[in-house]
Design a protein around this ligand. Structure first.
Ligand code: ADP
Ligand code: MG
Ligand code: MG
Length: 251
């Protein structure tokens, strides 16, 4: 699904190298987790994959189902099936959640050469998704994320994901700042969307999220590289011992 090879990324504005040769292969149907100390480049990786400005790829490649991601515009990446759930979802005053979702869905359908969904078909689809994810329909009537609690914002990200039906979902610290119940709801949402044709990259600081979203593979990122990969037990090791042992071993 996602194949990253020797990815080197620096800041556009200054000569600062952030990613220094990332290799990562995520198979369809799987969930991969990335953990790692602050500042190791986890968010940068998700930004570069989604096409955010300000970063320069100096070497390497990233493909989605074989297509060159890095050569696409951000909206083309979304149309190709990439979705990034943000660490800090933005508030958009004056734009209703439903309008936002419908615009996103129809832009994606257009890019895929499909007809727009009618208002009633769209409404039906969103209500179904919201129900499956136990999201209060009241949330759909409000402006995007305005006045939402941390938990509601994250669940709204999951709702967007459910409605857009992406193939490759990247969640960047979607659990940060959430209490245990809200985290469980996010995890339940992800689990409900797990599918043989879909893959997840879950970036997290906390192993407890991985108690609820069982990853197939756990990667440790440090100083712009993936320095170790293993099974779920690797996350437990980090939880118990911190990153010190792993980093020392790698050195
Ligand atoms: P993580 O998500 O693992 O905490 P980040 O990808 O946010 O790490 O950051 C990696 C490093 O790159 C950090 O040292 C961070 O300060 C730096 N960095 C990332 N983006 C920028 C930017 N736009 N301007 C300056 N420094 C940046
Ligand atoms: Mg950070
Ligand atoms: Mg980050």
């Amino acid at each position: 699904m996602l194949e990253i090879k020797n990815l080197h990324v620096k800041l556009e504005e200054e000569d600062k190298r952030i990613l220094k040769g990332v290799d990562l292969s995520v198979e369809a149907g799987s969930v991969h987790a990335i953990m790692g100390p602050n500042g190791s480049g986890k968010s940068t990786l998700s930004y570069v994959l989604s096409g955010r400005d300000g970063y320069e790829v100096s070497e390497g490649s990233a493909t989605l189902e074989g297509a060159d991601l890095l050569g696409m515009e951000p909206e083309e990446r979304a149309a190709a099936g990439l979705f990034l759930a943000f660490q800090y979802p933005v508030e958009i005053p004056g734009v209703g959640n439903m309008t936002f979702l419908r615009t996103a869905v129809n832009a994606q359908r257009k890019a895929r050469g499909q007809d727009e969904l009618s208002a009633s078909d769209f409404l039906k689809q969103v209500r179904e998704r919201a129900k499956e994810l136990k999201i209060d329909a009241e949330m759909l009537k409000r402006s995007v994320n305005v006045g939402f609690s941390g938990g509601e914002k994250k669940r709204n990200e999951i709702l967007q994901m459910a409605v857009l039906e992406p193939k490759m979902c990247i969640l960047d610290e979607t659990d940060s700042g959430l209490d245990v119940d809200a985290m469980k709801l996010v995890a339940d949402g992800v689990n409900a969307l797990r599918d043989a044709g879909r893959a997840f990259l879950v970036i997290t600081h906390y192993q407890r999220l991985l108690d609820h979203i069982k990853p197939d593979v756990v990667h440790i990122m440090a100083d712009g590289r993936i320095v170790k990969s293993g099974g779920p037990e690797l996350a437990l090791e980090v939880e118990h011992n911190g990153y010190g042992d792993i980093l020392a071993e790698v050195e």
